[in-house]
Design a protein around this ligand. Structure first.
Ligand SMILES: Cc1cc2nc3c(=O)[nH]c(=O)nc-3n(C[C@H](O)[C@H](O)[C@H](O)COP(=O)(O)O)c2cc1C
Length: 183
């Protein structure tokens, strides 16, 4: 049954995702943050689902650089591109850490859990501890495990349709408003 409280861009996104098919790569999104030096930083992360109607969930490692960026500036942008529908979604919003993350940890496979116990991401490899990057079982929740909540406040959708491209902008002021804009 359709959820009437869902912002209408969720319906567009759902249809783009459906047409794209079931490959894991369809959940790979690009997350941009602003560094402490005020420079853009971009990386791929996995979309882990929705929190409420308009917040995306992302898992990451507390020791990664993006955590420092988000502490000094919670503003972020996510780009999600769909080849089949030639649709580009640009989501703007703010990212905060969800402190209650135990349920998310419990959903992870043993292989995934293990990666939060590996050596610090982005640091020089120490050949002596490389072998420690292994897969273990029954791991307790790692302190490095971070669940990020990306609360979306604007969505810019560009669809390369024929004969005319289409572009829409949704903004949440009090409620979601949609306007068509020039592509
Ligand atoms: C396909 C793919 C999926 C990824 N998924 C995640 C993810 O869900 N969370 C994450 O923190 N990093 C993920 N990464 C690694 C990031 O792209 C990045 O290298 C890492 O988070 C360190 O980024 P930072 O130094 O900017 O914090 C993924 C990389 C690839 C190639």
């Amino acid at each position: 049954m359709p959820d009437n409280n869902l912002p209408s861009w969720r319906q567009d996104l759902k249809s783009s995702r459906k047409k794209e098919g079931k490959s894991p790569s369809n959940r790979w999104i690009q997350l941009a943050t602003v560094s402490e030096e005020n420079e853009p930083r971009l990386r791929t992360v996995v979309f882990r689902g929705w929190n409420k109607n308009s917040s995306m969930i992302i898992f990451t490692d507390r020791r990664s650089e993006k955590i420092g960026h988000l502490k000094s500036n919670p503003n972020a942008e996510i780009l999600w591109f769909f080849l089949k529908t030639k649709s580009q979604y640009r989501f703007k919003g703010k990212i905060l850490e969800l402190s209650d993350n135990k349920n998310y940890w419990n959903l992870l496979s043993e292989k995934s859990k293990s990666s939060w116990f590996w050596e610090s991401p982005g640091k020089k490899v120490n050949p002596k501890v490389q072998s420690a990057n292994k897969i273990s079982s029954n791991l307790p929740k790692s302190d490095n495990f971070v669940v990020l909540n990306f609360e979306i406040d604007s969505v810019d959708l560009l669809k390369l349709e024929q004969p005319i491209h289409k572009r829409y902008l949704w903004e949440k002021i009090n409620k979601w408003e949609k306007v068509e804009i020039n592509p």
